[in-house]
Ligand binder design. Structure first.
Ligand SMILES: C[S@@+](CC[C@H](N)C(=O)[O-])C[C@H]1O[C@@H](n2cnc3c(N)ncnc32)[C@H](O)[C@@H]1O
Length: 482
C-alpha cells in the first residue's frame, strides 16, 4: 500500500538528472510552438498548431553541428525540421503517418520548385472566370461523421466547384497541387469549426448540437474570399522568396559556380509515409548525424479528430481514420497496445533479441512502473476521469522505447537527438516524461547532455514530484548524444 502515494523512484530519477535540467532562456514557448511564433512564408499558409518553429531547428543545428550532415525527423508533421535543415545544406528525411502533414510537406516541396510565373498566370486566369460554373451536382465532399455539417451549403458547393475546376482545367500537376493545397489550407476558416485544444469546437450557427451551443467563432469567410486571399498570399510569398533566392544564388554563384535549381534539388527532403515504428527499423545503423523531433505528447490529444476536416478533404474514409488513430503513437485513451504486433514485427526481421531488450527496458524503468502503479490505484479509486489513461501512458512509453532504441541505433557516434516534449499530470500525479525518456535513452547508450526547460523555470523539485496538482509542469527540449 505504501507504494500508492510513493514518488521515490521519480525522486531518485530527478536526483540523477537534476544538474542536466537547465532553463534555456533562448527557448521560450513561442520559439517551440506554432502559436504566436513568426513563421516562414511557407509554414504560415497552413496552420499546423503542433508544428515547431524553424528558428528552433536552426538554433539547434548551429549550436551543436554547424557542419551539415544527415538529419532525420521520425514525427515530421508539416516538415519544419526538414525544411529548416535543408536550407542549411542538410540532407533530410522525414517520417509522418498522417496524410495531413504529408500533404503539407509535399505541397511545400512542390512550391519550392514551382514555376512561379506559370502559377501566377493560372491564378490570373482563375480570377477571370466564374469557377462556380464548374459545380457538378453529382460531386460531393466525402464527409466523416464528425465533419458533417461543417460548411454552409454555399461554401460546400463552392468548394466542390473549385475542386472540379482544378481537376478539369489545370493540366499542370504541380500547379494543380498548389491550387488544391490552397483549398486545404482554408478549410477551418470557411467552416463552422475551430480547432480548440482536444477537439473541433462547433459554432452555434452550424445548427449542430455540440457543446453548450453558445460558441461563436467570429467571422466565417466565404469560400470565394478565402481562396482568393490564400492564392494571393501564396503567390506573393513565392515571388518574394524567389527574389531572396536569386540574391542568395547570385552570391553563391560567385563562390561555387552553382545554379539556383541545383541548390533546391540537392537539399530536397526525403519523405516516408507510415509509422516510424515500422520505418525506423529499416534505416541503416550509424547513418544519421542529427535527429530533431517532437513526438505526440502523452496528453490525450487526438490528431485524427482535430484534423478531421483535412482528412476528409484528402479522401480518408471512416475506416482509414480509425486505422490511422490506432497506428499513431499511443496518445489517446482509444489506443490499444502494440506489443504483440511489435514482437511479431521484430521477430520476422530476425531481431527478436532487440525486441526483448527493448521490452525489458520498459519493464525495468522503475520510475515509469511507479507512475503506472500509482495511476492504476487511482483508477481503482475512481480518481481518473477515464480508465484508459493508465493503458495510454503505459503504451506511450512502451512505443517510445522502440523509437528511442532505433534512434540510438541509426545515430552515428557523436550524433545528437533533440526532442521537444511536455510533462503531463493525471489526477494531480506528475508523469516526468523528460526524466523517464532520458533514462530510457541512457539504457540504449545515449548520454543526456541537457534537459532544457522552457518558460518560467525548472518545474518541480524532487520533493514535489508526487501528487501536487498545481505546480508547474516542465516543457522541455532534451539533448541526447551518442
Ligand atoms: C508534435 S507533432 C510534430 C510536429 C512537427 N515537429 C512539425 O513541426 O510539424 C507529432 C507528429 O507525429 C505524427 N505521428 C504520430 N504517430 C506517428 C507514428 N507512429 N509515426 C510517424 N508519425 C507519427 C503526428 O501525425 C504528428 O504530425
Amino acid at each position: 500500500m505504501q507504494l500508492i502515494s510513493s514518488s521515490n523512484q521519480r525522486n531518485e530519477l530527478y536526483e540523477k538528472f537534476k544538474l542536466k535540467i537547465i532553463h534555456n532562456s533562448y527557448l521560450d514557448r513561442t520559439l517551440v510552438s506554432y502559436q504566436g511564433n513568426k513563421q516562414t512564408p511557407f509554414s504560415s499558409w497552413f496552420k499546423y498548431r503542433e508544428g515547431f518553429s524553424e528558428r528552433l531547428v536552426t538554433y539547434l543545428l548551429q549550436t551543436f553541428k554547424p557542419k551539415p550532415g544527415v538529419l532525420i525527423d521520425p514525427f515530421s508533421g508539416v516538415g519544419s525540421s526538414l525544411f529548416a535543415a535543408s536550407a542549411l545544406g542538410w540532407q533530410t528525411t522525414g517520417i509522418e503517418l498522417l496524410p495531413v502533414g504529408l500533404f503539407a510537406t509535399q505541397a511545400r516541396i512542390i512550391a519550392q520548385k514551382i514555376d512561379v510565373e506559370l502559377l501566377n498566370l493560372e491564378i490570373t486566369k482563375f480570377k477571370q472566370i466564374n469557377f462556380q460554373d464548374y459545380y457538378d451536382q453529382f460531386s460531393v465532399f466525402n464527409h466523416l461523421a464528425i465533419t458533417r455539417g461543417a460548411f454552409s451549403s454555399i461554401n460546400e458547393e463552392q468548394l466542390i466547384a473549385y475542386i472540379s475546376y482544378c481537376k478539369n482545367i489545370i493540366p499542370n500537376k504541380d500547379i494543380n497541387t498548389i491550387f488544391i493545397y490552397a483549398a486545404f489550407c482554408i478549410l477551418e476558416d470557411i467552416s463552422y469549426t475551430r480547432k480548440d485544444g482536444q477537439y473541433l469546437r462547433w459554432d452555434n450557427r452550424s445548427g449542430r448540437s455540440k457543446g453548450n451551443g453558445k460558441f461563436n467563432k467570429g467571422e466565417i469567410l466565404s469560400f470565394e474570399d478565402a481562396i482568393n486571399r490564400k492564392l494571393k498570399q501564396i503567390i506573393s510569398d513565392l515571388k518574394s522568396s524567389l527574389v531572396q533566392l536569386n540574391l542568395f544564388s547570385e552570391n553563391l554563384l560567385l563562390e561555387l559556380a552553382t545554379t539556383k535549381s541545383s541548390i533546391v534539388e540537392k537539399t530536397k527532403p526525403k519523405l516516408y509515409e507510415g509509422s516510424c515504428l515500422e520505418i525506423l527499423p529499416t534505416i541503416q545503423e550509424n547513418s544519421v548525424d542529427f535527429v530533431i523531433t517532437s513526438p505526440p505528447y502523452v496528453n490525450r490529444y487526438d490528431y485524427t479528430r482535430t484534423y478531421a476536416l483535412e482528412l476528409a478533404f484528402l479522401g480518408c474514409s471512416e475506416e482509414k481514420v480509425k486505422s490511422l488513430r490506432q497506428q499513431m503513437l499511443s496518445c489517446t485513451v482509444e489506443n490499444r497496445g502494440k506489443c504483440n504486433y511489435l514482437e511479431q514485427f521484430y521477430t520476422i526481421r530476425n531481431r527478436h533479441q532487440d525486441f526483448l531488450k527493448i521490452d525489458s527496458t520498459f519493464k525495468n524503468q522503475a520510475a515509469l512502473q511507479e507512475v503506472l502503479i500509482v495511476l492504476e490505484n487511482y483508477k481503482k479509486q475512481g480518481k481518473l476521469n477515464n480508465d484508459n489513461i493508465v493503458r495510454m501512458v503505459g503504451n506511450y512509453f512502451y512505443e517510445m522505447c522502440f523509437v528511442i532504441y532505433e534512434l540510438a541505433r541509426i545515430l552515428k557516434s557523436g550524433g545528437i537527438v533533440a526532442m521537444v516534449n511536455d510533462n503531463v499530470r493525471y489526477a494531480g500525479e506528475e508523469v516526468p516524461v523528460d526524466l523517464i525518456l532520458s533514462d530510457i535513452a541512457e539504457s540504449f547508450g545515449l548520454k543526456t547532455r541537457y534537459i532544457w526547460t522552457l518558460g518560467r523555470g525548472k518545474g518541480n523539485s524532487s520533493q514535489q514530484m508526487g501528487n501536487h496538482g498545481r505546480t508547474e509542469l516542465r516543457k522541455c527540449v532534451y539533448i541526447w548524444e551518442k
